[in-house]
Design a protein. Structure first.
Length: 634
């Protein structure tokens, strides 16, 4: 007899531990998997974001250089110099080039080459100083491959010759200095007069792109043959040009990564302890279809210290739950073995134990018949206040009818539903829950009762939301950062009302005038104060519906939803005047504003061109460049 009771106790113990333990163990296992996946997803998302930002920076540099080359080639100063190469006109031209090279630190040379291949005028950028090359030191470039290629270009076409080593007077410059050349022919009255060239310092361009990366990431540029064009380790670059470095090639070093890069334009790859994220960049536009690869790499560490602590806490929590469930199961098994309960009420009591959380029991008509103390503590409703009422009284309005229809369809078909729900407390505050609803059947398999159990995760969700918001704020100005700006800009363009032409929105790009001079003269502390005050004034004086973000060092962007271009110009001028009149900082701003079309790149480019017009026209003004004007130009 004692043996029968013992075996029954073992059987009931096994059944009970399964009933009671499955939900919390699976829940904790899910939490563990969720945290692990979150770590992995965070790493991949950060890498993708960093790579996307670098990719956009490359496109931005290419766009700005193309615009500058076009503006200089059409500039009256160059045309007058070609027709009259006097000392005055030469001086004006070299001054204009000096200004351009100063604005773009990665332009190492600007030179005009005649149709015979001989340099007519040239400036060099060396160690931050602009040097005007004397006429006696100008060189003959007629034998260079890039000049031969330039002769094949049609009028208004742009040339892009890839990356090679800088050569002066027939000798390779040492230390090695890789350059990227872009150029365009110059014609007057349909007669070709020569070619305008930009020599670009590859290392300076890479430094500018890498400056936007967070620590722990390494960015490399690779050509379509797998050779490194730029890397933090300069010893392995330009293997296609330097014989001693031929072995430094992605195809040789990491063939599986190279195979994946050739098969798809973007992706990720894990090799041993290194995580790679890559993207193929096709410049397109004015530069033909020139392509290269961006590769972002970092150590493949699964967890940060904070997240690793959370995983350890979940493991300890799981151990405590297992011990607690085992202890409870032993007590329940001993009780059931002595007092077998065969009634439906006993089954309800056993099922209710399954939750170990706030519990609501309803009958087959979905009317509440029982709640526990944890429910009262979390919701604020007492048992007397909810008995006989429908659980729909807790609805917050955050879920639509389709959500509840799908929930009850699952309960009716499977007898169980689990998920995240936002309900309302008695005081009107919202309660975010992990909810589990289980149907209880009688002997005829008819559903007689429903047991709902839930745990409160409101604080955790609020913390997640706060952390998300903090990650999207600029630490210096408390304006939104570039990541949030990109998302808001995309939302504007993909909005249904905007796509159907119902709404009109505008984009403005604002830049602090002579900011580099402020930094150089007064120091970075004053520069930071100026940026902070400008951001504060923009946020304070703009409309509540406007979106203000800091997208660069001294550069801000303002999105003006539901605003026509004329109104946007008035608003931007009001902001400009507000900053100009502010007593604590004596600075001015220049801005460019355009109406947003269905192309992100086109809209941003127009605003940037309008900003450029404001700066070249004397600064402290707002210029407009509408999409209609762009269409007419095109």
């Amino acid at each position: 007899m004692n043996n029968r009771i013992f075996y029954k106790q073992i059987k009931y113990f096994v059944i009970t531990i399964l009933l009671i333990g499955v939900t919390p163990i699976f829940y904790l296992w899910g939490q563990y998997q969720t945290e692990s996946n979150a770590i992995q997803f965070q790493r991949e998302s950060e890498a993708k974001h960093q790579l996307n930002f670098s990719q956009k920076e490359v496109y931005s540099i290419a766009s700005k250089l193309g615009t500058s080359l076009k503006l200089l080639s059409d500039n009256r100063v160059l045309l007058e110099f070609i027709q009259d190469p006097s000392l005055k006109n030469r001086s004006l031209l070299e001054s204009l080039w000096t200004l351009t090279a100063t604005n773009y630190s990665y332009i190492s040379q600007v030179h005009f080459i005649g149709v015979d291949g001989k340099e007519i005028s040239r400036i060099n950028e060396e160690d931050g100083a602009i040097i005007i090359v004397p006429e006696s030191e100008l060189q003959d470039k007629s034998h260079r491959d890039y000049f031969i290629y330039a002769q094949t270009l049609k009028v208004d076409a742009f040339g892009f010759f890839g990356i090679d080593l800088e050569v002066e007077h027939g000798k390779v410059v040492t230390p090695l200095k890789p350059s990227l050349r872009i150029f365009t022919p110059i014609e007057i009255n349909n007669e070709r007069k020569g070619y305008l060239f930009f020599n670009l310092d590859v290392y300076e361009m890479v430094d500018k792109v890498e400056a936007s990366l967070e620590t722990g990431y390494q960015l490399e540029f690779v050509n379509e043959e797998g050779y490194y064009l730029a890397s933090q380790d300069k010893r392995k670059t330009l293997g296609h040009l330097i014989a001693e470095r031929e072995s430094y090639n992605i195809l040789i070093e990491t063939p599986e990564l190279w195979q994946k890069m050739r098969a798809q334009n973007t992706g990720e790859f894990v090799d041993k302890q290194i995580f790679y994220s890559f993207a193929k960049v096709t410049l397109g536009g004015n530069f033909g279809r020139s392509s290269l690869y961006l590769i972002l790499s970092s150590e493949n560490k699964l967890a940060t210290e904070k997240l690793d602590h959370k995983l350890t806490f979940i493991i300890y929590e799981a151990i405590l739950v297992i011990l607690f469930v085992t202890f409870i199961s032993i007590l329940i098994a001993r009780y059931i073995a002595k007092h077998r309960a065969t009634s439906l009420e006993s089954q309800l009591a056993l099922a209710a134990l399954n939750g170990m959380s706030a519990i609501v029991i309803t009958d087959k008509t979905n009317r509440i018949i029982k709640v526990n103390e944890e429910f009262t503590r979390l919701s604020g409703w007492t048992e007397r206040e909810v008995i006989g009422r429908s659980p729909s009284m807790f609805q917050s309005g955050k879920h639509n009818k389709d959500f509840y229809s799908a929930m009850w369809k699952t309960i009716q078909s499977e007898g169980l539903w689990e998920g995240e729900v936002i309900n309302k407390r008695k005081d009107g505050n919202l309660l975010t829950e992990i909810l589990r609803i289980q149907a209880i059947c009688d002997n005829d398999c008819k559903r007689e009762y429903f047991i709902a159990s839930f745990v409160d995760i409101t604080e955790r969700k609020e913390l997640e939301n706060r952390l998300r918001e903090l990650s999207e704020k600029d630490s210096l100005t408390q304006c939104w950062n570039r990541r949030r700006f990109e998302r808001e800009f995309s939302n504007i363009i993909t909005n249904d009302s905007f796509a159907k032409g119902i709404e009109s929105s505008c984009l403005a790009i604002i830049d602090i005038d002579y900011f580099k001079r402020i930094n150089d003269r007064y120091g970075h502390d004053v520069g930071d104060k100026v940026i902070t005050e400008v951001g504060r004034i923009l946020g304070k004086e703009s409309r509540r519906s406007d979106f203000v973000a800091r997208i660069g060092g001294e550069e801000f962007a303002v999105i003006l939803p539901n605003t026509q271009l004329q109104e946007a110009e008035i608003i931007l001028n009001r902001l400009r005047v507000a900053i100009n009149l502010y007593d604590d900082i004596k600075v001015t701003i220049s801005g460019g504003v355009t109406d947003i079309c269905n192309s992100r790149e086109s809209s941003y480019k127009r605003a940037d061109l309008a900003l450029y017009e404001s700066k070249t026209s004397g600064r402290n003004q707002i210029s407009c460049f509408s999409s209609d004007e762009m269409t007419q130009i095109a």
